[in-house]
Design a protein around this ligand. Sequence first.
Ligand code: ADP
Ligand code: MG
Length: 243
Amino acid sequence: MITLSGLTKAFDGNVVLNNIDLEIKKGEIVVVIGPSGTGKSTLLRCLNLLETPDAGTLAIDDIQLDLAKASEKEAIELRKRASFVFQNYALFANKTALDNIAEGLVTVWKQPRAEARATALAILKEIGLTDKQDAYPASLSGGQQQRVGIARAMAAHSKVILFDEPTSALDPEWVDEVLGLMKQLARRHQTMVVVTHEIEFARDVADRVIFMEGGRIVEQGPPDQILVDPKDPRTREFLRKVL
Ligand code: ADP
Ligand code: MG
């Protein structure tokens, strides 16, 4: 469903992503691990055109893009198919939980506001947050804010949800409720790419684990291979540090 070819990105002449190819199947749960500064966030951001790559093509669902030359219109079409869940939630501080979810449906999907709010309410119900529909982000716990962030991606019925370290800004007490919601999505075969240091989540949920270092995919495979018996010494070294 997703084919990425030749993704390359440099910042000020410093190559951060080096010719990355990646194929993701419908319903696949891909977890990306690797040391910090290795290009994991940049990879996800390029996949949603939050950064403009220097080169790379992307086929997703029924569209095909030259990522380095995509128009704003193409970027919008891409973002209808791929949603982003940010480490710091990135909710609108001046909008309620309900309107945070409804907003994209109005602006991106051009849904009438009443319809968008009905969809948002249904999603809040699904994730057990109806009692917080009128709450502003500042009055929600970190876990609740991130669940609203995920609900926003769910409401868009995206082909793929891109998660960039969705639990790493959370106090430990809220991590499980967010991982729980992500597991719920995985059981529904929502296609996801998840950058995370939660190795246990990777072991339980991932169909495939990708280890990145220095802007390249070093190795990838099923979790019981990559996490238990990695071939590359760099993967072993990384796991030794995080486990
Ligand atoms: P990771 O998510 O794996 O920690 P990143 O993708 O955030 O890594 O960053 C990879 C490299 O690119 C780092 O060296 C980082 O400093 C650099 N980088 C990321 N974003 C920018 C930016 N907007 N401008 C300049 N350098 C950046
Ligand atoms: Mg990052």
